[in-house]
Write a protein that binds this ligand. Structure first.
Ligand code: NAD
Length: 255
């Protein structure tokens, strides 16, 4: 595999040394962690926000469609977009997910804090996962609160494609839409893990969605590793910055 021109051999060596030398690593990631599983991100090269309007086939921005107010007003359009652009039912974890899960099983990874809603970290075997934005795998009725698995919610679609509970209520995914609050419990757990971490690996995120991105500020150490395909406004703050695909970079590290 070719090395990225901006990545020196020493970077990979330092990455390996810092990871193998710690049993208190925390990973903070985003949509870029799952692009190697075939799920598009929002702001990366092939992301949903960067694709042109006709390719997207929708007249309003993804950010608008994925907002609480749009969902309330146009559930039919919301679910059409959700099924087409957000749900990737056959996606499988990639090497990044598997390596992070292995580090946890070896007692080195203390938490995976993710902005992703795809559940792939758990599918790869990670247990200590803090899902800041919820998960498509959990669903609930907005009227009677009955809980549904992803399969059951999919199977309960009415003629318009809106998942319906036996009580008639809409079954929605347990994800945080734009305009909704993050769970206080998830924020607390993430803050604790990040503020106590010796090594913080941030990967596959543009760090532009708040308040999630602001949690990185709680890190107090001096081993802040950033692995991303493109630059972010936080690059200068990283103690080690590696440009590349996260699954590829972690696979090549000696960890
Ligand atoms: P983002 O789309 O804003 O940024 C993704 C970043 O990852 C970009 O900087 C891109 O260059 C980089 N990237 C893409 N592929 C990469 C790879 N293989 N290796 C390393 N870097 C890579 O994503 P975000 O910061 O997570 O914010 C988007 C929001 O959208 C999040 O809140 C998340 O909930 C949601 N989202 C989730 C999924 C998912 O669950 N898989 C997918 C799309 C969006």
């Amino acid at each position: 595999m070719d090395m990225d021109p901006s990545e020196g051999k020493n970077d990979l060596h330092t990455l390996s040394r810092w990871i193998t030398g710690s049993d208190n690593i925390v990973f903070f990631g985003g949509a870029g962690v799952s692009t190697e599983s075939g799920i598009p991100d929002f702001r990366g090269a092939g992301g949903l926000y960067t694709a042109n309007e006709s390719a997207r086939g929708y007249e309003v921005s993804p950010e608008t469609i994925l907002s609480a107010s749009y969902f309330r007003r146009h559930p039919y359009r919301f679910f059409a977009f959700y099924r087409e652009k957000i749900l990737f039912l056959s996606a499988e974890p990639n090497s990044a997910h598997f390596i992070l899960a292995r580090l946890e099983s070896e007692g080195r990874m203390q938490a995976v804090v993710t902005q992703n809603i795809d559940g792939l970290h758990q599918k790869a075997g990670s247990r200590k996962v803090i899902e800041l934005h919820g998960s498509v795998r959990r669903n609930y009725c907005m009227s009677c609160a009955r809980r549904y698995s992803l399969d059951a919610a999919q199977a309960a679609q009415d003629a318009q494609g809106i998942p319906r509970c036996g009580c008639g209520g809409i079954i929605r995914p347990d994800v945080v839409l734009y305009g909704e609050d993050l769970s206080g419990e998830a924020i607390h757990a993430a803050t604790q893990a990040i503020s106590r971490a010796e090594v913080l690996i941030v990967g596959g995120t543009s760090l532009s969605v708040f308040p999630a991105a602001g949690l990185v500020d709680y890190y107090k150490g001096n081993r802040f590793i950033m692995i991303n395909e493109s630059s972010t406004s936080w690059d200068d703050r990283a103690d080690l910055r590696i440009t590349g695909r996260i699954g590829d970079v972690l696979s090549r590290a000696d960890i």
